[in-house]
Structures are given as structure tokens and as C-alpha cells.
Design a protein around this ligand. Structure first.
Ligand SMILES: NC(=O)N[C@@H](CC(=O)O)C(=O)O
Ligand SMILES: [Zn+2]
Ligand SMILES: [Zn+2]
Length: 346
């Protein structure tokens, strides 16, 4: 028996492409299946100004193999010194589609992020005026807050107050990992959406910790207990247009993952669409995959849907995905869902 589904070509609304040799190696993994992606600005140093975003965009396009099409949707990294006028100009020129808020110290390369939210009030107000989206890494960083509670506490202490103080600000809660995140999005009908990653639909915290520590399942926000994973599954497969795909595919070399202090990030660019077909089929929602991966994101960002399609075909035998991709910086392990997958992109 063989089944296949054809979807509007998907986009990835949260992606790390890095730079240099890593960019060169990981870009084709995304461009093969996806037309566009929101490109995260957490390089070293971060992409803070419009000029830096334009230069990064050029490096991405230069790394794209001949014959592949891909449109990077650029973002700026919000700092306490960000100039509202630079952001407005980068948005007006069409270069920048979002601004990314990292609480200082929350995740990979977030040291230049925001400590004092009052210092970015002017920028956020300007963004609300011009309709520029704020993408948020939603975790508090206080050492007294348990890492598994950091998303829920962020919603109460930071996100909700910021949104109330800045009416009209469009916000995407990036890579939500909790039922609290799902519920917060559902209680707000305008100006708020959330991305959900592929891996958070598949793993819970047991996958990271039971039977030996699995560094390739460690990412931030860290996967939570099973009830939260089920809430994410329900949201992603519900057809609710406030939830859309942001893989957060975040390559780190094996040397940087498999070490005493391993980097956070799962690399899912290579097999995301087959994994999502598996997940949506399992939940009886294959007909809703197109909304999640190809339609809700463009609608939120006010961009057209892609005009071409991809086809996912179910095979009789499990599909063998590469377990690693080679990069100039060393191997990067591809996310292993831990179960056989029968779908592949035709
Ligand atoms: N998600 C991760 O675990 N890591 C991301 C940063 C981020 O998205 O928070 C990275 O850049 O490696
Ligand atoms: Zn993040
Ligand atoms: Zn990310």
C-alpha cells in the first residue's frame, strides 16, 4: 500500500543557519524542502543592525547551491541599545521580518540580550506602530526558578505585562514547550501566535534523561513532562492558525554536544517533514499538516503562501535518514526520533 500527500511548500518560521562552514553544510538541508525560513540572529557577534542583517542575508544566498531556491527572512537581535529608527528602516525596506528577543543568558549566544525590559520599551512601541513582529525566546533566567518552570514564569512575569503595556504589538512565542504556553496563546485572539518545533512534538524529558543522558535531545527550552508534549501535539494538529511550524533546527557539532557541558539544540532540518507526516498521521490529522507547515505562518506574517508544492510519500519500509551530516567544523547529528519513519519527501 502506498499513500502520499501533496502540500503547499512549507516554510520554517524559526531556523538557525549559523555562518561560514556550518552555514554551507546546513543550508541545503532546509532549502531542499522549505521555501523560506525566519533566520535567527544569534550569531557571534549577533545580527543587531539592518546593515548586519543585509550582509548575513548575502552570505546565506551565496552559500545556496546552484539550482536551489530559498528565501531567508531576516531578523534583528534586540539589545538594550537597539535603535528604533534602524529597526523601522530595516522593516520599511522589506529586509527584516521580525525582531528577536532573547532574555540575557537564556540560551545559545544570548549574552547581548535584554536584562531590563524597560530599556526596550521605546523599540517595542515603535514595532507595534509599524506592525513589526517580535519573536520571543520565552524563558526567565533567574537562578531561583527551576528550569522546567522557566517558560510558565516568563509568561506571567514578562510576556503578559509587556503585551499589556504595548497594545498592538505582534508577538510569536517561539518554540513553546508547555501547556501553559498553549493555553496563553489560546486565550488571546489577536496579535499572538506560537511556533512549535518538530522535536517537542516527539520527545519529553524522559527521552533526555532515562537510561543515560542523551545530549542530542537537549535543547532550550528543555523538553517538559509528557502532559506538556501532549498539549503541544493537540495544538499543532488542531488546525488552529495561531500555531505554526518553527523547527528551531539548531546545529552544533558532535564535539560541542557530546561533552561535559554540551550545547543546547536539536538538528531537525534533514528529516522534519517526514517526522511531521508521521506525527500528524498518528494523530489522525494528516489533512491539517498543510495548515501547520505551510499556511498559518504566512497568514500570521502577512506574506503570500508559496505557489509550489512538495509531496510526502509513505513507503512500505522504514526510511533511512542520514544519522549525521558532515560540516567543515565537524559532524552534526541529525535528530533521531527513536521510532521507524515510513514517510519521505518525494
Ligand atoms: N534551541 C536551542 O536549544 N538552541 C538554539 C537557541 C534557541 O533557539 O534558544 C541555538 O542557537 O543553538
Ligand atoms: Zn530560543
Ligand atoms: Zn532557536
Amino acid at each position: 500500500m502506498s499513500t502520499s500527500i501533496t502540500l503547499t511548500r512549507p516554510d520554517d518560521w524559526h531556523l538557525h543557519l549559523r555562518d561560514g562552514a556550518m552555514l554551507q553544510a546546513v543550508l541545503p538541508e532546509t532549502a531542499r524542502d522549505f521555501a523560506r525560513a525566519i533566520i535567527m540572529p544569534n550569531l557571534v557577534p549577533p545580527v543587531v543592525t539592518g546593515a548586519q542583517a543585509a550582509a548575513y542575508r548575502d552570505r546565506i544566498l551565496a552559500a545556496l547551491p546552484e539550482g536551489m531556491a530559498f528565501e531567508p527572512l531576516m531578523t534583528l537581535y534586540l539589545t538594550e541599545n537597539t535603535d528604533p529608527e534602524d529597526i523601522a528602516a530595516a522593516h520599511a525596506s522589506g529586509l527584516v521580518k521580525a525582531v528577536k528577543l532573547y532574555p540575557a543568558g537564556a540560551t545559545t549566544n544570548s549574552a547581548s540580550g535584554v536584562r531590563d525590559f524597560d530599556k526596550v520599551r521605546g523599540v517595542l512601541e515603535r514595532m507595534a506602530e509599524i506592525g513589526l513582529t517580535l519573536c520571543v525566546h520565552g524563558e526567565v533566567t533567574d537562578s531561583d526558578i527551576d528550569i522546567f518552570d522557566r517558560e510558565a514564569v516568563f509568561i506571567d512575569r514578562v510576556l503578559d505585562p509587556v503585551r499589556r503595556a504595548t497594545p498592538g504589538l505582534r508577538v510569536v512565542m517561539e518554540h513553546i514547550t508547555t501547556k501553559d504556553g498553549v493555553d496563553y496563546v489560546r486565550t488571546n485572539d489577536r496579535d499572538l501566535g506560537a511556533t512549535i518545533t518538530t522535536h517537542h512534538l516527539i520527545i519529553n524529558r524522559n527521552h533526555i534523561l532515562v537510561g543515560g543522558i542523551k545530549p542530542h535531545y537537549y535543547c532550550l527550552p528543555v523538553a517538559k513532562r509528557e502532559s506538556h508534549r501532549l498539549a503541544l501535539r493537540a495544538a499543532a494538529t488542531s488546525g488552529d492558525s495561531r500555531f505554526f511550524l518553527g523547527t528551531d533546527s539548531a546545529p552544533h557539532t558532535d564535539a560541542n554536544k557530546e561533552t561535559a557541558c554540551g550545547c543546547a539544540g536539536c538538528f531537525t532540518a534533514t528529516n522534519t517533514m517526514p517526522l511531521l507526516a508521521h506525527v500528524f498521521e498518528e494523530d489522525g490529522a494528516l489533512d491539517r499538516l498543510e495548515g501547520f507547515a505551510s499556511k498559518h505562518g504566512p497568514a500570521f506574517y502577512g506574506l503570500p503562501e508559496n505557489s509550489d508544492t512538495i509531496t510526502l510519500a509513505k513507503q512500505d519500509e522504514p526510511v533511512a535518514f542520514p544519522d549525521k551530516i558532515r560540516t567543515g567544523d565537524g559532524p552534526v547529528t541529525v535528530f533521531d526520533p527513536g521510532f521507524p519513519v515510513f514517510w519521505k519527501v518525494a
